[in-house]
Write a new protein. Structure first.
Length: 303
């Protein structure tokens, strides 16, 4: 039978089901779908994937673990199914990214998703974990059921700080149930799950044991800071001859995120004057970034 021909019996069955729905039922189902879509929209954000692997500046050990994550995600079928290891390990990849803000955790997830050809959904666990009993499980179920073929990036994973061994009251017991449910859903997820946190030490040891790879993102070295600075300027961006990116990298201990923010701020300062980006624009922007973080420029800095 040609694939484009649908048997009349099936057409009639579907038509009868459609006719059997009252306008009230149809409207109710549409409303439910709308509420569900809106709820997922508040919980998950689809991220763009603009970065190439060459743009991600990380130490060699971090790069090696990212390569391992790629190899494991791509080789699941060959190793687990074709080679018979499925009995010993379920499908799915679970990775933890640990590091200070701005050190490249989200960018690394974007790079991995692009290399694997997957959509990337960013989920803030602090929003998913509801204060209302029963809502957290519903939120998690909706997320995992709706995005089975996407890479899931759970940010603020330190929201799972509850220790199951520290149950003292009813609220603690329910928090333990939420954690167990999340662990179960992550373990049963066939796709790639990445969790990002600034504070690995607060996570439940049972949670850590279920992870395949833990990647620690450090603050960049001076050499890496210079590479990040150099990669921030588009070819069409005009720079003054006095700009010394190597000097900026040595003088200011900044994260990649702070370097990005400072570069953009300097570009706006220069545009307001209708002049090329100069060293004074960059240093002013850097000092603002440091002030936002409650840090002062190094005493040794002469810029």
């Amino acid at each position: 039978m040609p694939t484009h021909i649908v048997p009349r019996r099936i057409v009639g069955l579907n038509a009868s089901r459609t006719r059997s729905k009252s306008p009230y039922q149809a409207a109710l189902e549409a409303a439910r779908r709308g509420v569900r879509t809106a709820r997922l929209g508040l919980l998950a954000q689809k991220l763009s994937l603009p970065y190439e692997r060459s743009e991600l500046v990380v130490p060699p050990d971090v790069a090696a673990k990212l390569d391992l994550a790629i190899a494991r995600a791509r080789g699941q079928k060959k190793v687990l199914e074709d080679s018979g290891f499925r009995r010993r390990a379920p499908l799915g990849l679970r990775v933890l990214f640990v590091g200070p803000p701005g050190t490249g955790k989200t960018m690394a997830a974007q790079v991995l998703a692009r290399q694997l050809g997957l959509d990337l959904l960013r989920i803030d666990l602090s929003r998913v974990l509801s204060k209302y009993i029963g809502e957290t499980e519903k939120n998690l179920a909706a997320l995992f059921d709706s995005f089975k073929s996407s890479m899931l990036l759970f940010e603020e994973a330190d929201a799972l700080r509850g220790k199951r061994s520290e149950v003292q009251d009813a609220h603690d017991r329910y928090s333990s149930m939420e954690l167990n449910y999340l662990l179960q859903r992550i373990e049963n997820h066939d796709g790639v799950t990445i969790l990002a946190t600034n504070a690995m030490q607060v996570l439940d040891p049972a949670f850590l044991r279920r992870l395949h790879i833990i990647v620690k993102f450090p603050m960049p070295s001076a050499l890496d800071r210079q590479r990040i600075w150099e990669g921030m300027f588009p070819q069409q961006a005009k720079r003054d001859e006095d700009v010394d990116l190597a000097l900026l990298a040595r003088e200011y201990e900044l994260s990649g995120g702070e370097i990005k923010s400072a570069t953009l701020a300097a570009a706006f300062l220069a545009a307001a004057e209708d002049r090329p980006i100069a060293m004074r624009h960059l240093t002013a922007a850097i000092h603002r970034e440091l002030a936002k973080a409650g840090r002062a420029p190094s005493v040794a800095s002469t810029l």
